[in-house]
Design a protein around this ligand. Structure first.
Ligand code: GH3
Ligand code: MG
Length: 463
């Protein structure tokens, strides 16, 4: 995973040493001595990640991080702050200013590399989701984010099932979070598997008898659909550097392997929770965007884009199993004059009610779509001429037989509908119509016959 890393360090030898290490890992590297220089570099082109040494001066480094995170274009660039960090509080201060991770010097090379990979992966995922959201918005499916209100579900797993005292602090200081304590051994078993968990905190600080236990838990959590998107933070003993690097590569969202204070753990948890909810919200809007792409906004029915490939599949399936299927083109009669007489919004209301009536009279396996202004399409698998004709007459009667009541004064409007039915050939010896355009045309030919025959009726055309 190549990328470009901006190194900001006042000491020339530090910059060179880091540069050599990163180049050997195939990254491209830019070097800066001061924050002003770095700002100009970032303005010129955005790097993929920033390694920032805090010896430059804590105050200006914090202001630099905060400014980047507030910048719309640069906010997704991960920042790793390195430094001496004399007190645990210094680490927390850098994180709170906007650094995505802090590495106390001297730090392990493997950890740094694993951390860079993990941060870049996280950045890519967020960028991808934002891009899709952008496409969705550009397509006109904009929709305000709903604020997240359900409590965050967090599982703290440790050896035995009592919470370490400093983790009890989380319960008091993290807002709207429900913490469940669990034994590490049971975390991937039983009921927890299906639990909608937002964040796992794996507390292995008391010792890691076998690194493989951690690796197995991570792989399992990442491979299950219920926990795939959860944040995972691992607290490891200070000497577990190899396991820490490996954990990041196996999908831990964050790791802490040195002695840190409870505030740092709290801050890191809060960041993971925020990221999880943001990703969930984006995923939801992307999914609803997909739904919007195949749905007709007026009636909520499937639209033409969804219906057409469905017809081709239905035709191919039916040919394989030797069954007949029916396709109906349904069109409201003289709808133009309904609009002219009662107004366009009354027309809309009638279209919505028509959709409801039809939907309520079809089976789940039948497809109903709105494929034009006042034209609907119904596809019925496993049908024959008797059933298809009966069903079409039932639908026709459903519209013409009962008046609509529309508008604030529930005005009565009588509307009729004509239906053209195309019935496929039951065996695969006849001419096979698999092209969805041809299928709809065949139903349309029958529809015109119904219109010409006086409207408010059904007409059939068989293959
Ligand atoms: P026919 O019986 O031959 O089908 O006559 P018709 O008037 O229904 O057919 P025509 O194609 O001449 O007109 C269709 C009308 O449907 C015109 C248009 O105003 C109306 N229509 C199409 N889409 C909508 C819609 O979304 N809302 C409303 N209110 N009317 C629509
Ligand atoms: Mg019409």
């Amino acid at each position: 995973m190549a990328g470009e890393i901006l190194i900001i360090d006042a000491v020339a030898t530090n910059r060179i040493v880091l540069k050599v290490k990163l180049l050997s890992a195939q990254y491209r590297v830019r070097l800066c001595e001061t924050l002003a220089e770095a700002k100009a570099e970032i303005d010129a082109s955005l790097p993929d990640l920033i390694l920032l040494d805090t010896a430059i001066g804590a105050k200006s480094v914090h202001a630099f991080c905060a400014a980047l995170k507030a910048d719309e274009h640069a906010s997704l660039i991960p920042i790793i702050a390195t430094g001496g960090f004399a007190t645990p509080h210094d680490r927390v201060a850098a994180l709170e200013a906007g650094a995505d991770d802090v590495l106390s010097k001297p730090f392990d090379d493997h950890i740094m590399q694993a951390r860079i990979r993990s941060l870049l992966r996280g950045r890519d995922a967020r960028q991808e989701l934002r891009m899709r959201e952008g496409t969705r918005t550009a397509l006109g499916f904009a929709e305000a984010y709903s604020e997240f209100t359900a409590p965050t579900q967090m599982i703290v797993a440790s050896h035995g099932d009592t919470l370490a005292p400093d983790l009890g602090y989380l319960a008091k200081t993290l807002e709207n979070v429900q913490i469940t304590a669990s034994a590490t051994e049971s975390i991937t078993r039983g009921t927890l598997r299906q639990y909608p968990v937002d964040l796992f905190l794996l507390d292995f600080r008391a010792g890691l008898s076998d690194d493989k236990v951690l690796y197995r838990i991570l792989s399992e959590l990442r491979s299950r659909s219920a926990t795939r998107h959860a944040g995972i933070m691992a607290l490891l003993p200070a000497d577990a550097r190899h396991a820490a690097a490996m954990a990041l590569d196996l999908g831990a969202s964050d790791i802490v392997y040195s002695t840190v204070d409870a505030d740092e753990i709290r801050h890191r948890c809060a960041v993971l929770i925020q990221a999880k909810h943001e990703a969930d919200a984006l995923r939801r809007t992307v999914e609803s965007g997909l739904e919007a792409a195949i749905t007709d906004p007026l009636t909520g029915l499937f639209n033409r884009r969804y219906a057409m490939p469905h017809l081709s599949r239905l035709s191919a399936e039916s040919r394989k199993n030797g069954r007949q299927f029916a396709i109906m083109a349904l069109d409201l009669d003289h709808f133009k004059s309904v609009n002219d007489t009662y107004g366009h919004s009354a027309g809309d209301e009638i279209l919505r009610q028509t959709a409801q009536r039809l939907q309520g009279n079809l089976r789940a396996v039948d497809l109903l779509a709105r494929i034009g202004g006042e034209e609907f399409l119904v596809a019925i698998p496993n049908s024959d001429v008797i059933h298809a004709k009966k069903a079409a007459e039932r639908l026709c009667q459903l519209i013409g037989g009962t008046p609509f009541f529309v508008g604030p004064d529930r005005q009565e409007v009588r509307v009729t509908m004509s239906v053209g039915v195309y019935l496929s050939d039951g065996n695969d010896t006849g001419e096979v119509v698999e092209n969805h355009g041809e299928l709809v045309n065949a139903a349309d030919v029958a529809l015109y016959a119904a219109k010409n025959g006086g409207r408010n009726k059904v007409s059939l055309s068989a293959a």
